[in-house]
Design a protein around this ligand. Structure first.
Ligand SMILES: [Zn+2]
Length: 651
């Protein structure tokens, strides 16, 4: 496909129109913090709920941990893995900004593409009406009866959810949409309603003799269907396929009808089935959505908590084994959101293994609300889950439980008061009322968690060896090929006591120092002959082919490497910071190891001393990382900078 060139006016209008706070808020929960807004960074998995900063006045974002930086367009490019063009087109469409390209013919191509989406919406809306109509016609009698009798839904609810019926026929929707309404068959197929015959000859209806449950986006537009079989046909539930409009992992059922109730109740209840959600809405509990039959994803979770202040999500999956593992999977899927406080999760289990729909048929909405109010925090739920059906008197069960509990507790940020609370709580549960044992277990848990924390942290701070190798290489390349910076590099290496980590780099530096001391080379940019130093080194290396191979890229600079070194002073600064970073990390690990071995109770002063060292080193490391991140080379790519007034001064 040819590349479309968007008209600068379109790009400009989009930039004028968008607000970074709106854009980012769709993915990240932001809270006000002074002049900026803070939240958890969507680009790296960490536990810091305020690492990510958005500046409304500058219209840029920045992460203090991973260094992600840019404007709203860059944000969308990164998070959706889209090109600049795609993002601008989507935004233009969203804000009804006319899209112009630099080539008149292409503008039409683009408009056709946009109207394609609009047509899909239209087809689905018409299909939804058709199915609804069928439900109330003679042919839908059994389906309607199923809803009225078995599901006990009243007419208002059936109409509110636009429930329908797909007749028992191979081509009724095909004939209606393609032959009668004249939509191209290809388009109806793309809407997920018909399926081409395997032999390539025509189409057949995807949904036959099924109860149709339309799925809407948050704006209330139909984007797909869930369809329940009315006989023994498998599968019991058949969903629309993934289409241009329907993305299962980003959709939750009934969100369009629940948003205001979610805000009002300041919590959202997530149930498993469509009918659980519908039944709860009918009972007047409207802050309810249903997952799409799959484990709840992070994107779905973020879409939900956005509407609450307290970020409270109540998960109500079936109490059977499958429901239990669905709950476990859901928790695992967005664990980091919970632990960093982006979401506050409670687990609701309905007694006697019922689902919400069944429960409501026997109990009142108030009784259900009571269950919601008493739903345990997910950690408590997890702990009880670990302890269930275990015999703590037995050594193997006891050991397994302890191990699983440590694996759970280690995920709670180590400075959170929650951790202390749960260590105490778990120790008491494991000790089963024996207070002496409880104390011992508590100590043991603390020790194990400390160990665990350190190992995790260690894995986090080790930077890739390649960044060190690149840094050393660049430093030497500039030294050799940009004589005007030699003195600077030489001084920095002396001052910062830098030694090269890679043996061939060390070897080369030794050669250089030797040539200088023998006065065969100098730091003066005005050498006797241009590139005198490099030529001598090339000569020396030529006598030793093995070394020459390793040093080739340093001594012979091709064009692409020259481009990479275009701002030598900046490259030197970043390279030095990178080298110092690796050394700082080494020292950090050294102190952490010593601290780890120290008995906190008998030798508190020494432990305190090591702790201080660790903190000093950590501060130094953070400072270096900041320096590296804020170098303009790393800040952002060219295309976006061109259209925004980036001022990184304050960051
Ligand atoms: Zn980040």
């Amino acid at each position: 496909m040819s590349v479309l060139k968007l008209h600068p006016d379109t790009i400009e209008q989009v930039i004028q129109r968008i607000d970074i706070v709106d854009i980012v808020s769709e993915y990240v929960l932001l809270r006000k913090s002074g002049a900026s807004l803070r939240g958890a960074c969507p680009f790296h998995k960490g536990n810091n709920p305020t690492a990510f900063s958005v500046s409304p006045s500058k219209q840029i974002y920045h992460c203090y941990n991973c260094g992600a930086t840019g404007n709203a367009i860059k944000f969308l490019m990164e998070i959706n893995k889209q090109s600049f063009q795609e993002v601008v087109i989507d935004l233009a469409k969203r804000y009804q900004i006319p899209i112009r390209t630099q080539d008149v013919g292409k503008t039409e191509e683009l408009q056709r593409k946009l109207s394609h989406r609009e047509q899909l919406y239209e087809i689905l809306a018409i299909a939804c009406n058709f199915y609804q109509h069928s439900l109330w016609a003679e042919q839908g009698k059994s389906a309607l009866e199923y809803l009225r009798v078995q599901r006990q839904l009243d007419i208002a609810t059936i109409k509110e959810f636009q429930l329908g019926y797909a007749p028992l026929s191979w081509d009724v929707i095909y004939r209606y949409l393609v032959e009668q309404k004249k939509f191209p068959a290809k388009l109806v197929e793309q809407a997920g309603l018909i399926v081409p015959h395997k032999n390539g000859d025509g189409y057949y209806d995807r949904f036959r003799h099924r109860l149709m449950i339309p799925i809407h986006d948050v704006k209330g537009r139909v984007i797909g269907f869930g369809a329940r079989a009315l006989d023994d046909t498998e599968p019991k539930y058949l969903n629309s396929p993934e289409t241009e409009l329907f993305n299962k992992s980003q959709t939750v059922f009934a969100l369009d009808k629940a948003t205001s109730a979610i805000s009002r109740a300041d919590q959202v209840i997530v149930v498993e089935g469509y009918f659980d959600a519908i039944a709860l809405h009918q009972a007047g509990i409207k802050n309810v959505v249903a997952s799409m039959g799959t484990a709840l994803t992070e994107a779905q979770m973020l879409a939900l908590v956005k509407y609450t202040e307290s970020r409270r999500v109540i998960l109500n999956f079936d109490a059977d084994k499958a429901g239990n593992s669905a709950t476990q999977r859901a928790i695992a899927g967005f664990e980091h959101l919970i632990f960093q406080g982006t979401a506050h999760l409670q687990i609701l289990t309905i007694p006697d293994g019922k689902d919400a729909d069944e429960f409501l048929r026997q109990h009142s909405a108030d009784a259900f609300q009571q269950l919601v109010n008493n739903a345990p925090l997910f950690i408590d739920w997890q702990i009880e889950n670990i302890l269930r059906n275990r015999h703590l008197q037995r050594a193997d069960d006891f050991q397994r439980c302890t191990k699983e509990i440590i694996e759970l507790l280690v995920k709670i940020p180590h400075d959170s008061p929650l951790r202390t609370h749960y260590i105490y709580h778990c120790a008491n549960r494991l000790a089963q009322g024996n207070s002496y044992l409880a104390q011992r277990i508590e100590q043991d848990l603390r020790r194990q968690l400390r160990l665990n924390h350190w190992y995790r942290h260690k894995a986090e701070v080790i930077s890739s060896p390649t960044s060190l190798e690149i840094a050393e290489t660049q430093l030497l390349q500039i030294f050799l090929h940009f004589p005007e910076h030699r003195q600077l590099i030489y001084d920095l290496i002396e001052e910062e006591e830098i030694s090269f980590s890679f043996s061939h780099h060390r070897y080369l530096w030794q050669l250089i120092l030797q040539l200088i001391s023998e006065q065969k080379a100098s730091l003066d940019p005005e050498e006797p002959r241009p590139n005198h130093l490099v030529q001598q080194l090339q000569c020396l290396c030529a006598q030793n082919p093995e070394v020459a191979q390793q040093l080739y890229s340093l001594l012979w600079l091709d064009e692409s490497k020259q481009i990479a070194l275009m701002r030598p002073q900046m490259v030197v600064k970043v390279a030095i910071a990178n080298i110092n970073l690796v050394m700082g990390e080494k020292r950090y690990r050294h102190w952490a190891q010593l601290w780890q071995k120290t008995d906190l109770i008998h030798n508190p002063e020494l432990a305190h001393f090591y702790q201080q060292k660790i903190q000093e080193e950590k501060a130094y490391i953070d400072q270096l990382r900041e320096q590296i991140r804020l170098s303009p080379e790393q800040a952002m790519d060219r295309e976006t900078t061109k259209f925004s007034n980036l001022d990184l001064g304050e960051f």
